[in-house]
Design a protein around this ligand. Sequence first.
Ligand code: 5GP
Length: 196
Amino acid sequence: MSERSEGPQTGKIVVVSGPSGSGKTTVCDRLRSDPHITLSISATTRNKRPGEQDGVQYHFVGRDEFLHRVRDGRFAEYAEYNGNLYGTPRQPLQKALEEGRTVLVEIDVQGAAQLRKLYPEGMFIFLDVPNRETAATRLERRNTEAPENRYRRLETAERERGTASTMHFDHQVINDDLDETVAKIRHLIAGGETAG
Ligand code: 5GP
């Protein structure tokens, strides 16, 4: 993977990262309704959950196809998360930035660390939960994971906090109240600097 900065761009990359259960997806879903914001759609090898549509939440691809795209350099970053591969397609991201758009990228902490090298001037936001119990309750309510997978995600979340503390995020937002969190992030994107 290249570590140089990408070509000329006038847009802004906003990376929202954080542990499973922090509410990243819900927050980014709200933010994507803003016409000024383009949401980066990742590719993944994980199975589709009920209600998910190809090309909306993710581009769902097989492992061979994913690895082929890795070899072709088609991802700005990619990472393995709980046994599945996830990657940010490079071309649409670069195009949107060249068009001056604000691109929202929702990824795990390993991916955020990779993007930081490519886009050092980006805005990196770490979204966290008030406490471990909240993350567990959210994952349980969401009911998308088998119990052993939920446990694994919570363990991963602990590791992610460790990695996050060694990587420089520009802002940390504790997602206690969804409306407040969305408002805070909107404010940060608009150029306000009060949160975190
Ligand atoms: P989920 O399976 O719950 O949709 O996502 C699992 C984790 O993968 C989440 O932390 C999510 O933010 C992260 N993720 C989603 N897309 C990408 C991506 O393109 N790259 C990386 N590194 N992580 C991603």
